[in-house]
Design a protein around this ligand. Sequence first.
Ligand code: PGA
Length: 218
Amino acid sequence: MKYFIANWKANKNLRESLEWIDKFLTLQLQNDRIKVVICPPFPLLYPLKEKIKKAKNIYLGSQDISQFESGSYTGEVTAKSLQGLVDYAIIGHSERRKHFQENEGSLAKKVFLAQRYQIEPIFCIRNENDHIARTVKIVAYEPVAAIGTGKNEELSNILAMKKKLAVAGEIAFLYGGSVNKANANIYLKSSQIDGLLIGGASLDPRHFFEIIKSWSKI
Ligand code: PGA
């Protein structure tokens, strides 16, 4: 089983997201060995939820979650408000650590609250120094130099990092950073990589689909 996480980041509006999903749903995902998780901006979650109701293997995720449970935090999107809407939440993406000063303390709260509301964190780390909470079941290794640069990391380096982190057993280990249809194969072939976190290449439904298709050919 492999995860294919589409991280749209701060891209797409309502019309574009509906066009994306309509196109994606016409493509045939003939594979029980996949879990597709679409992570759009918050306001687009519900319209997509309506669209994927009958789709098999397609789930929704948020790109973040508030460190607060509820209350007077204007503008925050809480785990409670996302409960029942998403199954996953990306937590600790390096862009959030960099631009929004997320740190070990706030990230631990986010993981705790996500799980309290039955949302599975997809916890992103940049390197071995990023602390991973004990309860995390899905870890995404995303070396900063590989994100959005076209410089995807070598498989051997990713596996070395996995070893260093001692991620094993029940914990899924994903890779993200400049994954596209030309290189996805390299990672999907490895039984040690449980899936991919895909940014730029997930913005086009056909390109994203081609990445998933390369797994069904393995
Ligand atoms: P990228 O982004 O695929 O565009 O490199 C990955 C990510 O930041 O999650």
